[in-house]
Design a protein around this ligand. Structure first.
Ligand code: 5RP
Length: 227
């Protein structure tokens, strides 16, 4: 079984929680991709009537190609269930998200969601946040060097994300600093508050108390963790 099999298995397990008539949030990333495909099959092969919103432009495109109609976020009152990936999951089901660059829309969608289901392979489960992933922080480009200095003062090494030699630009037109904490993040609530009070910070990749369920694909089994 390879890494792609594990991602697909976690995603397809999560899609079992989708019911006909639901409003569904579609996540972003290579694991969420398999959930979008499975939701597409519910619509095109099983006749489910779903209302869907996307957490990124990339997801919107994949969803449409999969036969799913995607509505604007403002066209829905609330979301029954969102299936999204994560970069890290800790024992309290707190998350780091955003290595795929969609943390801002993902957090807006999650905040409007009743049941957020996270799909990961077992490599994403960590004892402490920051162990395997930096913390992505989305910032305005205006004054971004100053914003980065304030981030550094919190004890991390903020690295501007690039793509093909240029600064990576999010769907919201902003930059991302990937903030490496050498010892991980010991106090994520406090850190989140500190990060969010820096002028220029648009959003951060800490998703605390957001996941209701986490579906973890291990090489020999699927585990569903619940809050
Ligand atoms: C995108 C995200 C993704 O959910 C996260 O990066 C996991 O992606 P993948 O399943 O490709 O590892 O937060 O902003």
């Amino acid at each position: 079984m390879n890494a792609e099999d594990l991602k697909r298995m976690a995603a397809e397990k999560a899609v079992e929680f989708v019911e006909d008539g639901m409003t569904v949030g579609l996540g972003t990333g290579s694991t969420a991709y398999y959930a979008i495909k499975a939701v597409g099959r519910l619509v095109t092969e099983e006749g489910y009537e779903l209302t869907c919103v996307a957490t990124s432009l990339q997801t919107e495109r994949i969803a449409r190609e999969s036969g799913i109609e995607v509505l604007d976020m403002n066209a829905v009152e609330s979301i029954d269930l969102t299936i999204d990936g994560a970069d890290e999951v800790d024992p309290s089901l707190h998350l780091v998200k955003g290595l795929g660059g969609a943390l801002l829309r993902e957090k807006i969608v999650a905040a409007a969601t009743d049941t957020e289901i996270i799909v990961v392979d077992s490599s994403k489960v960590v004892p402490k946040l920051g162990t395997r992933s930096p913390l992505p922080v989305e910032v305005l480009s205006f004054g971004s060097d100053h914003t980065a200095r304030k981030l550094r003062a919190l004890g991390c090494d903020p690295v501007l994300r690039t793509k093909e030699g240029e600064a990576f630009i999010t769907d919201g037109g902003n930059l991302i600093y990937d903030c490496h904490f050498p010892e991980g993040m010991d106090h994520p609530y406090h850190l989140e508050m500190k990060v969010n009070t820096i002028p220029g910070v648009v959003e951060n990749g800490l998703f605390l108390d957001v996941a209701k369920k986490v579906v973890v694909a291990h090489p020999d089994r699927i585990e569903v963790l619940e809050r």
